[in-house]
Design a protein around this ligand. Sequence first.
Ligand code: MTE
Ligand code: HPA
Ligand code: MOS
Length: 760
Amino acid sequence: MNRIDAAAHTRGESLFLDDMPLPSGMLYASVFSSPVMHGNIIRLQLQEARLAKGVVAVLSSKDIPGINQIGSIIQDEELLAQSKVNYIGQPVAVVVAESQRAARNAAKIILAEIEELSAVADPKEAFEKGYIIDTPRTFTLGDVDSLWQKCDLVAEGSCDTGGQEHVYLETQRARAVPLEGNNIRIYSSTQSPSAVQHHAAKVLGLSSHNVEVEVKRIGGGFGGKEDQATPWACMAALAAWITQRPVELVLQRGEDMKMTGKRHPYKSDFKMGVTKDGVILSYEVKHYQNSGAVADLSTAVLERTMFHSTNCYYIPNVRIFGVCCKTNLPPNTAFRGFGAPQGMFAIESAITKVAEKLNMPREEIQAKNLLAANNAFPYGQITEDCSIRTVWEKVETRYTLQKIRKRMLSFNKSHFETKKGIAVMPICFGISFTTTYMNQASALVHVFTDGSVSVSTGGVEMGQGLTTNITAIAAKALGINHNRIKVEATNTTRIANMSPSAASATTLLNGNALLLAVNQIIDRLKSLLAKELSISDKEKISIANEKVLCDAHDTGWTWDRLIHTAHQKRINLSAHGFFATPKIWFDKMKEKGSPFAYHVYGAAVIEVTLDCLRGVYTIDSVKIVHDLGRPLNETVDRAQIEGGLAQGLGWMALEDLRFNDKGQLLSRDLATYKVPDAYFMPDDIEIEFLANEESLPGPYGSKAVGEPPFMYGIGVFFALRDAMRAFMPGNDFDFATPLTPERVLLQLYPEYVKRISCKC
Ligand code: MTE
Ligand code: HPA
Ligand code: MOS
């Protein structure tokens, strides 16, 4: 089956929020936001904007009929700043006008008198000053402290990962339409329709049932619309509520980049103790997360950092400390990997440091410490089916790492200014929302009398291929052709209390809910068939290829006849399914539990060539072995792996968020913020799937695929470092990202840098 939306996407026929017909009388909203990092609002001057041409209303916190609060985990986020601003780009007022231009122009003439306060941008500085969100957390396994003396080598260091802008093609946007009787409908580009519904109701002082949220599809989310689509939808809803006209709010790219949060930058300190053979005995890491000005999802992101701080390695003695540090930057948020990449970067840095000190290839230490069955993670979960060793063996037999190393050594010997480097990046990623209760989903299925089928779930199509997966599951479970299936837009009136489409678990959760719904209908149909065909055991009946079979023999009944008969016999042809992932739990008091349904494993081998005179480099190849379970659609999954890899490579090597000392974002457009393109990506990408027969909770034995491949990209940092060390043997470079060509050059020529006293 092809990707269901490929043709329409390619022809530009798929409708996104902006492509919907304009309702008559629609107004446009534009946001006035804080120009400073931190300050008290003394006075807001809105009068001039109110009188500007085309302006219908200018709204501030005073105009909110309900509660001015949209914090999801912690209630610390105002929709519109009332008396204090905490970051540049924090929404303060909303201008509503007859045209987009009028709204934007009027927003520009709003003046805010603000008493500026001192601001913090660095997480460690914030931590020292006591600016933290929630309480710091510690995971422990074994006894780290008494182990250090027993190690042959203890390596210490720190690392620093940068943020990352989501660059979803479709920027944040929403359209709100007032309906009769104090109701409102919101079209939102969100990964979380229920979050929009909940918060819009709260802001407007309504009940959830007054607010309908619909999402057909979104032009990418990557985590940036898990929580942070909500404010824009609430502002559009507020404006529509007050003007009683439809209102659309669309952020321009620059506004989006300035106002919305990004991947969390982290600073981490690590200490790793090993035997002389490279067996890791103990590991300690302290993560200082740069959370930004409000909590958003930061505490959950930090938790996932901690869950993934030992990546795919078994280490008997571990202490992981993590803290959310409150800074005066936009609230950082979910981004593919959800904190795991930052945790993995730290341990890969520690392993690198150890390898360099032991003068051993990095991959030898990695291979020696891989997880096996029945190992405990520091958070208590025991590995069941753990495929990382099989993955590694496959990598070894296919790519023979030693051969690659040899080839590189001889290349590096014969080239002075060009050096090659290699790194293996194995991954382990836990599937399930780390917040256990969120692992639930519903589906609603209607079979119409002509045999066509309507499917609704709580999942949002964001480009990841959910619609294709859901269609495939429905077609397979019903035994009919996939063109009989229509997947409806995601709508809060059809599916209640949805979890966000996130955590890579959308197909797992919603696909299973769908199966539970379909199975009810199938069961009713089988009972009917047993009667009609006088079959004593209805379990002998099955439906495949639109035909009814008994003991695999054709009964002569088609799907059409079956559905027609069922309707005549008054059989219920609709069903609602509810799924909750079984057997997962976590005890936050003890910091132990079994939070994940299973883990995804894989490994990537990355080779680079570095021009050591100019700092520029090419990624020659990325070879991936990935454990996919039994894929629903290999094309969809392959695309997720390639896309995730691109994003991971970009995070490590290219994407450079720069703020000046006033906290203003300098890289605030796509001319100054470089994302990976087709030229940046290696020509040589190989993806090999590991065949897998383990029993998996995913629909038809499928494994989640959305986020894990992002972390393959981390390898490029260590491959580049490998090449840099071939040029300057024995040198200790920073573990700081992104490792842009500029940064490479600055590190290769430190003396030169000192002379020109560059501040980079
Ligand atoms: N792929 C595309 N094309 N667009 C996206 O926005 N989001 C990623 C990943 N792949 C994303 C994507 C993120 S952050 C997650 S959590 C998963 O898709 C969400 O979808 P899933 O749960 O269906 O995997
Ligand atoms: N991933 C994404 N979103 C989440 C998670 C997670 O693990 N936990 C809570 N919200
Ligand atoms: Mo993905 S970061 O869980 O939306």
